[in-house]
Design a protein around this ligand. Structure first.
Ligand SMILES: Cc1ncc(COP(=O)(O)O)c(C=O)c1O
Length: 548
């Protein structure tokens, strides 16, 4: 049975909505039901205590209602040449309290890092320290405009310069481009710099191949393909590592680069990374490192010492800036000496203060022609990148210090291994029970013959109040479950998570498939047809047909 939004309605044991208006009756059928587990009685309102049901704003909004009282505009002469709107456009209206409630209720259906442990592997959902938020909101940073005269933003430029210095120090690389707005954007910039360097050597027509391990994040081959390279896979091995013996036969004058993630997407440090870098360089190719997992090795290993030529850093993963908070993120790219001349504009440079006293002044190199001796790939963002993220990342670095950042990496690795050890007897590990880095990777072999899939386990985790782990990634592992607890979690929080996962694992093994296959039972919405939602998304609300 479908309600008017096309969502399946919950089975009704009685009909308390009979005689109500269409709106109320619709809400009755719209909610999820825990039928089949616990047998909870449906409530009259559709609310379940603090879990408040909430329709779409179009369903509750009214054309004749508004939360603001605006004066009638003064008489004016229309200047749109007859293109003015002729009638109402049907926006839903709500009073101010109704609007606030609508969005608060929706927000309460969400799960975030401030709700609980967020085990999404490869995404590093770690605590966003409030100190960093406070720093980002200081008027001197929060109220900046990118078109302000440089003399009025010297502090901001000093901060960008300091952040760049820290990133170069932590990675052991001589140059950094701050402006990319996400990891994938950084990948694009790093590979553009590699392409520019190859073109400068006159090898652009021949070096057309980029090697990408089968375990790579999808953004790696996508980036290479976007730049017109041909992607060649480096096969996966049973141990989860990339072997130099598999890379060497693929090298030749037509290879431009490898895009290798380290620590890799299987949660393992690549032990042959230096040999791989040496083999690439000997063949005249470049080493692009996907540094999304840098959070596992900050203060422990420097990519510059491993032979990396370009690497992006996801500030939101390693330096705890919010994921997408308040706008785009930031994915700075560090570059080796060979690639530094191709860094994009704009970048910050310093000059001795005209007043003397050792204080530097700062300026921005905005145009490719202004950067003497270099051949920048140009500009890849409007303005200078995401200032709010720069402030937060530097606040994280300064508040942790070098020892604190090293400890954060160690704790991230310790926590992931604690989870691995706590679950290894019940859940299967694809590469054997060996130490991992910052995330623990399980496969679905332990679910064989249970009738339960990785997706079912994820849904049952929702009922237990957890966001699911990353599923079915990396693709080289069957039914992958990638769990990244991050360093932010306490031992008590990890113990509860492990106990929950053990309870689920034992239930699956006991044959309690129904607990999984029907899950989630307690979420605001029951299981959705995710394939249909992805392939045929309904992106526009359609008003219901008038009642007969
Ligand atoms: C290994 C890896 N590479 C690249 C990316 C892309 O980073 P972003 O999401 O910031 O674009 C991710 C993101 O999850 C990742 O895990």
């Amino acid at each position: 049975m479908l309600n008017r939004q096309g969502r399946p309605t919950a089975p009704q044991t009685h009909d308390p909505g009979a005689g109500l208006g269409d709106e109320a009756a619709n809400r009755q059928g719209d909610r999820s039901s825990p039928a089949g587990r616990g047998g909870d009685r449906p409530t009259f309102t559709g609310n379940r205590a603090l879990a408040q049901e909430e329709p779409l704003i179009f369903e509750i909004g009214r054309a004749d209602c508004t939360g603001v009282d605006l004066d009638e505009p003064d008489a004016f002469t229309p200047r749109l040449g007859g293109l003015e709107r002729k009638g109402a456009i049907g926006l839903p209206g709500l009073s101010e309290p109704e609007t606030v409630r609508h969005y608060v209720r929706l927000s309460q259906m969400n799960y975030g890092i401030d709700t609980g442990l967020f085990p999404l592997g490869s995404c590093t959902m770690k605590h966003n320290a409030r100190l960093n938020e406070r720093a980002a909101r200081l008027p001197g940073f929060g109220d900046l405009h990118p078109l302000q005269p440089l003399s009025t933003v010297q502090g901001a430029l000093a901060l960008m310069s300091e952040l760049a210095r820290y990133l170069m120090t932590l990675t052991g690389m001589p140059a950094v481009a701050l402006s990319p707005k996400a990891g994938a954007h950084g990948e694009l910039l790093g590979m553009m710099a590699i392409k520019a360097a190859i073109d400068a050597k006159g090898e652009g027509a021949t070096r057309r191949i980029v090697l990408v391990p089968e375990s790579a994040h999808g953004t790696n081959p996508a980036t290479a393909a976007l730049l017109g390279f041909t992607v060649k896979s480096v096969p996966a091995r049973d141990d989860g590592w990339v072997h130099v013996d598999d890379v060497k036969p693929l090298l030749g004058p037509e290879v431009a680069a490898i895009m290798l993630t380290n620590p890799n997407t299987c949660g393992l440090f690549e032990p042959q990374v230096i040999e791989i870098a040496e083999a690439l360089h000997a063949a005249g190719a470049y080493f692009y490192c996907d540094g999304a997992n840098f959070n596992a090795i900050v203060g422990k290993a420097r990519p510059g010492d491993l032979g990396v030529d370009a690497m992006h850093i996801n500030l939101h993963k390693t330096f705890s800036t919010p994921h997408g908070g308040g706008g785009p993120g930031a994915g700075p790219v560090v570059l080796s000496e060979r690639l530094a001349p191709y860094a994009p504009v704009p970048f910050v440079t310093s000059f001795p203060s005209p007043q003397g006293g050792g204080e530097d002044g700062f300026t921005l190199v905005e145009h490719a022609g202004d950067a003497a001796g270099t051949a920048p790939v140009g500009r890849i963002t409007a303005f200078h990148g995401q200032m709010g993220m720069y402030v937060r990342a530097l606040a994280y670095m300064l508040s942790h210090g070098a020892d604190g950042m090293r400890q954060a990496s160690e704790d991230a690795v310790l926590n992931a291994n604690y989870i691995r050890a706590g679950l290894a007897d019940l859940m299967s590990l694809p590469f054997g029970n060996k130490p991992c880095m910052h995330e623990a990777l399980f496969d679905d072999a332990w679910l064989r013959d249970t009738g339960v899939t990785t997706l079912d386990v994820a849904k049952a985790m929702i009922d237990e109040g957890y966001h699911p782990m990353t599923m079915y990634f990396p693709l080289v592992v069957r039914g992958a479950m990638l769990i990244e607890p991050t360093e932010s979690e306490s031992k008590a929080s990890l113990d509860l998570f492990i106990a929950t996962m053990r309870d689920l694992a034992m239930a699956a093994r006991r044959g309690e498939a129904e607990r999984f296959t029907g899950a989630p039972y307690h979420a605001p919405r029951r299981r959705l047809d995710e394939t249909r939602a992805a392939r045929q998304p309904i992106l526009k609300w359609t008003p219901p047909a008038p009642a007969e």
